[in-house]
Design a protein around this ligand. Structure first.
Ligand SMILES: Cc1cc2nc3c(=O)[nH]c(=O)nc-3n(C[C@H](O)[C@H](O)[C@H](O)COP(=O)(O)OP(=O)(O)OC[C@H]3O[C@@H](n4cnc5c(N)ncnc54)[C@H](O)[C@@H]3O)c2cc1C
Length: 343
C-alpha cells in the first residue's frame, strides 16, 4: 500500500519505519526544517517498553539511554514530600532515536501539510501523526490541553535525580529530568500559567546554562474524548487522537502502543484498512485513561472526593499496577492516595 504520514515525531518516525519494513511505500512530511527539527518533550519514558519497540524496529535501545533513574523526588503542597522508587524510568536520546528510525525513509522536511493542499487521492491512506495539531482530522469537541514550556539546560551538576513539583489542585506540575553530564530538561505545565518552580530553579542553580527554550501545550484528553479517529482516507495515530496518559501528559509510550495497534489492524485487514476495528481496539486499550482523566478534571475543579469517587481511584490504581513496568515507577495505593489528597 501507499501511505503518506504527516509528522515525523515519535509516532510518525516509528510507524513510517515499521510500514517500510513491511514492504509498504511511505512518504513522510514534517513541518519543521531538518536543521530545526527537535522533539519537544522531556525525553523520559520506561526503558522496558522502549526496548521492545526498538527491537521491533531493529534498534538497540541501550545505546540511546542518557540517564537511568533510581528514585523520583516529588514536592507537594504544604511542604509535603514523597519519593517514588523507579523501575525502569530513563531519559534517552529521543532525537537520535527518531532520526535513526527515519534512515532510508522518504522524508520531506519543511513541509507543513494542510487539508486544502494535500493530494489525498495519491495515497491509499494518509496518517495524521501531527500530535497536538491534529491537522488533518476534524476538531475534537472534548479536547483539553495545558500550556507548557521547558528549557534544555547544561551545567546543572548538583541534581542527578528525577524531580517533580505537583501543584495544588492538580493544576499542573514542574519537572527536572536529568540527561546526564549536567544536562537536563526543566519545565512546567500549568493551567494557570504561573509555572511555579521555574524561577526558583534558576535562583537555586545560577550555574545552569540555557541551551534551548521550547514550548507547546500538553494534551491531556484521552482517546475517548478525541474522536473521530478517521475521516475519509485519513487515520489519526498517536497524540493526535489522544494517546497520552492524562495524569502526566506522558505520550511517548501511549503513542507507540497506538502505532502497534494500527499495525496489528493493518496486518489483519484484507485489502482495506478496518477502521472500525482500529477505533474499537484504541478505545479498549486506553479505556481506563478516561477514568484517570476524570480524576484529573475533578481534582482541578475541586470536586474530587476519595470516598465518592473510590471506583475511579481503584480503576486507576488497578490498571496502573498491572502496567507498572510500562510506567517505569512503583505503583502503590498508599502513595497514590496520599498524593491525590496532598494535591
Ligand atoms: C514540554 C513537554 C514535555 C513532555 N515530556 C514528555 C516526557 O518526558 N515523556 C513522555 O512520554 N511524553 C512527554 N510529552 C508528551 C510527548 O512528547 C507527546 O505526547 C509525544 O511526542 C506524541 O508523539 P506524536 O508523534 O503523536 O506527536 P509529536 O511527537 O508531537 O510529533 C508531531 C510532529 O508533527 C509535526 N507536525 C505538526 N503539524 C504538522 C503538519 N501540518 N505537517 C507536517 N508535520 C506536522 C511536528 O513538527 C512534530 O514533529 C511532553 C510534551 C511536552 C509538550
Amino acid at each position: 500500500m501507499h501511505f503518506a504520514i504527516a509528522g515525523a515525531g515519535v509516532a510518525g518516525s516509528y510507524l513510517g519505519s515499521m510500514l517500510q519494513r513491511r514492504g509498504h511505500e511511505v512518504e513522510i512530511f514534517e513541518a519543521s526544517k531538518k536543521e530545526h527539527h527537535w522533539p519537544v518533550c522531556a525525553w523520559g519514558a520506561s526503558r522496558h517498553m522502549l526496548e521492545k519497540f526498538s527491537q521491533q524496529a531493529g534498534l538497540d535501545f541501550a545505546s540511546y539511554i542518557f540517564h537511568v533513574g533510581h528514585r523520583l523526588r516529588m514536592e507537594l503542597p504544604d511542604d509535603k514530600e514523597e519519593y517514588l522508587d523507579l523501575k525502569g524510568l530513563v531519559t534517552y536520546d529521543k532525537q537520535r532515536w527518531e532520526n535513526d528510525l527515519l534512515k532510508g525513509a522518504k522524508v520531506t522536511y519543511g513541509s507543513r501539510v494542510k487539508r486544502e493542499t494535500l493530494q489525498f487521492e495519491k495515497y491509499d491512506y494518509v496518517i495524521d501523526c501531527t500530535g497536538l495539531h491534529r491537522t488533518l482530522l476534524p476538531r475534537a469537541e472534548d479536547d483539553f490541553m495545558i500550556p507548557a514550556y521547558e528549557y534544555l539546560l547544561e551545567n546543572v551538576l548538583s541534581i542527578d535525580e528525577f524531580y517533580v513539583i505537583g501543584y495544588k489542585g492538580a493544576k499542573g506540575y514542574f519537572w527536572y529530568f536529568p540527561l546526564g553530564d549536567g544536562r537536563g530538561y526543566m519545565g512546567a505545565g500549568d493551567i494557570q500559567k504561573k509555572y511555579y518552580g521555574v524561577t526558583e530553579f534558576f535562583e537555586e542553580h545560577p550555574e545552569a546554562k540555557i541551551v534551548k527554550k521550547i514550548g507547546r501545550p500538553i494534551r491531556l484528553a484521552p482517546p475517548k474524548r478525541m474522536e473521530p479517529f478517521y475521516d475519509g482516507n485519513v487515520i489519526g495515530v498517536g497524540e493526535s487522537i489522544g494517546c497520552v496518559f492524562p495524569m502526566l501528559g506522558e505520550g511517548i509510550i501511549p503513542s507507540l502502543i497506538c502505532c502497534d495497534i494500527f499495525l496489528d489492524v493493518l496486518g489483519k485487514s484484507s485489502g482495506k484498512f478496518d477502521f472500525r476495528q482500529y477505533r474499537k481496539k484504541v478505545l479498549d486499550r486506553f479505556n481506563y485513561y478516561d477514568d484517570v482523566y476524570r480524576i484529573v478534571r475533578l481534582k482541578m475543579d475541586g470536586k474530587l472526593s476519595t470516598i465518592r469517587h473510590v471506583n475511579l481511584m481503584m480503576s486507576m490504581y488497578r490498571h496502573m499496577k498491572k502496567e507498572e513496568k510500562r510506567f517505569g515507577f512503583e505503583i502503590s495505593l498508599e502513595k497514590m492516595t496520599r498524593l491525590v489528597n496532598a494535591l
